[in-house]
Design a protein around this ligand. Structure first.
Ligand SMILES: Cc1cc2nc3c(=O)[nH]c(=O)nc-3n(C[C@H](O)[C@H](O)[C@H](O)COP(=O)(O)OP(=O)(O)OC[C@H]3O[C@@H](n4cnc5c(N)ncnc54)[C@H](O)[C@@H]3O)c2cc1C
Length: 458
């Protein structure tokens, strides 16, 4: 009989926690999992899934406009109902919550609903109930942060966005990262008048510079007002009565401008969820931003306490949290050592238009390998001809001039995420530009441009 209640106790039932618990359970380990909210975590409840569903909805706006050039007439104006979208989205998410529950049940994972705290290297307390475990896995994710400006309580975060009671007439989005541009695109597509305010001069500063520049042009064409090099100084309610979700607020910017909006959405960053977890008291070293410091095996400074996902603040993406969880399970309960590689992680931004990207930006490649060749194209996709849609697609390849290896593949355009996934495999296999050139294109697609780019621009 083991001295512990569980072999593994996972704190957090999101992407990383559920994956680790399930696979450890399937490997025969005795597993407990604590979740304080809904199963599935950020991705399922207030992240990837609801966002993508709402992005699909927002795309219809453009599709209706495009349809006319293709001979379609809509009788009357198309109209949009926010509460139908939210109700249908919530139903789908409830269905996913159930699926997660069944996955845990199927792997014999004991679910403990409540807020978990670490008491020591092998003890977890869930709302007063104590459990011991050989290994504790912290997979508590992150939470959105509001900047410290007067009136911040009048603004909302991405968590609140998914539960707004009505589509705001006017929205100010603060931020220039992927969540800011995605939510701004959704709101704009659904009919809110959107101003995006960002303190820097280019969107998506962690990606290849051309992507943010092209995206800003396209978002502006679609009617989003972009205000760069400015931030929010303060927010005030201008109605005497208590501010409500749909009351008008004054938004004072650092450039002197004053905007009026019903909704102010902060998309200014996320913080690892370690507050109140008892980790420091248990001897776990945290980074300055609260992230759990881990080694290559995802062990904290207390080796029986491990951490994966957003709470370690490496790459905050669901597939990364899943992969990290698999590495932990393989090492603790499987056979052989598995290491996590953070190279060539493809990612998409579901802005309108989408972005898909894998590998190094031009800037990173120049730093890493020195001499690079750059191939770019910027064109009107075939679909936008009859529709007279002014949207343009952008594509870029970053190639190591010495070895001919393709180091980066980047795209702004329809379904960019779908296109880039396949190219991520090519980069993972070390594909060269000559191999891209030797690949037959699929005609007529936008993706074929990636195998027909012949002349470097730099
Ligand atoms: C708006 C938005 C859009 C996103 N879109 C994408 C996307 O398109 N693609 C993508 O790959 N990623 C996306 N992400 C990121 C993705 O959601 C996260 O990287 C992923 O969810 C991280 O998984 P995790 O397991 O680390 O944490 P989470 O999924 O956040 O799970 C953590 C869980 O722990 C629980 N918890 C926390 N503290 C405790 C406690 N003390 N006791 C019990 N339970 C606790 C929480 O309730 C939560 O359920 C998005 C994120 C946001 C916010």
């Amino acid at each position: 009989m083991s001295q512990y209640d569980y072999d593994l106790f996972t704190i957090g039932g999101g992407s990383g926690g559920v994956r680790a618990a399930r696979f450890a359970g399937q490997a025969g380990a005795r597993v407990g999992l604590a979740e304080k909210g809904d199963l599935g975590g950020t991705c399922v409840n207030v992240g990837c899934i609801p966002k993508k569903l709402m992005s699909y909805s927002a795309h219809f706006h453009e599709d209706f406009a495009d349809a006319a050039g293709y001979g379609w007439t809509l009788n009357g104006q198309p109209s949009f109902d926010w509460s139908t979208l939210i109700a249908n989205k919530d139903r789908e998410i409830a269905h996913l919550n159930d699926i997660y529950q069944r996955l845990l049940d199927g792997a014999n994972v004991s679910l403990h609903r409540g807020f978990a705290k670490v008491e020591d290297a092998h003890t977890v307390n869930v709302d007063g109930q104590r459990f011991t475990a050989r290994h504790i896995l912290v997979a508590t994710g992150g939470r959105p942060e509001k900047p410290d400006v007067p009136g911040r309580e009048l603004g909302i975060t991405s968590d609140d966005f998914f539960h707004l009671k009505a589509l705001p007439k006017r929205t100010v989005v603060l931020g220039g990262g992927y969540i800011a541009v995605e939510l701004a695109s959704i709101l704009n597509g659904l009919g809110s008048e959107v101003t995006l305010v960002y303190r820097r001069e280019r969107l998506l500063r962690n990606m290849d510079a051309d992507l943010g520049v092209h995206l800003a042009d396209e978002m502006a064409k679609q009617g989003i007002r972009l205000v760069f090099n400015a931030s929010i100084e303060s927010i005030e309610s201008i109605e005497a009565a208590q501010a409500s979700e749909d009351s008008v607020k004054n938004v004072r910017l650092t450039n002197g401008e004053v905007l009026q909006a019903e909704c102010i959405l902060f998309a200014t960053g996320r913080t690892p969820n370690t507050a109140g977890l008892g980790l420091e008291q248990a001897g776990v070293v945290l980074e300055r931003n609260g992230a759990v410091q881990v080694n290559g095996d995802f062990e904290s400074s207390v080796p029986s306490i491990l951490a994966v996902g957003d709470v370690i603040d490496r790459v905050a993406l669901t597939p990364v949290a899943l992969a990290e969880a698999m590495v932990v399970v393989a090492r603790l309960f499987g056979r052989g050592e598995r290491r996590m590689s953070y190279a060539n992680i493809p990612t998409a931004v579901f802005s309108h238009p989408n972005i898909g990207t894998v590998g190094l930006s031009e800037e990173e490649a120049r730093k890493e390998v020195g001499e690079v060749k750059i191939f770019k194209t910027d064109f009107k996709p075939l679909k936008n001809t009859l529709s007279r849609n002014t949207g343009r697609t952008f594509m870029k390849l970053v190639v190591d001039a010495g070895s001919d290896r393709v180091l980066g593949v980047h795209m702004v355009g329809s379904d960019a995420g779908e296109v880039i996934q396949g190219f991520a495999v090519a980069l993972q296999c070390g594909a060269t530009k000559a191999q891209f050139d030797a690949t037959i294109g699929i005609h007529p697609t936008s993706a074929e441009e990636f195998v027909t780019l012949r002349t470097p621009v730099a």
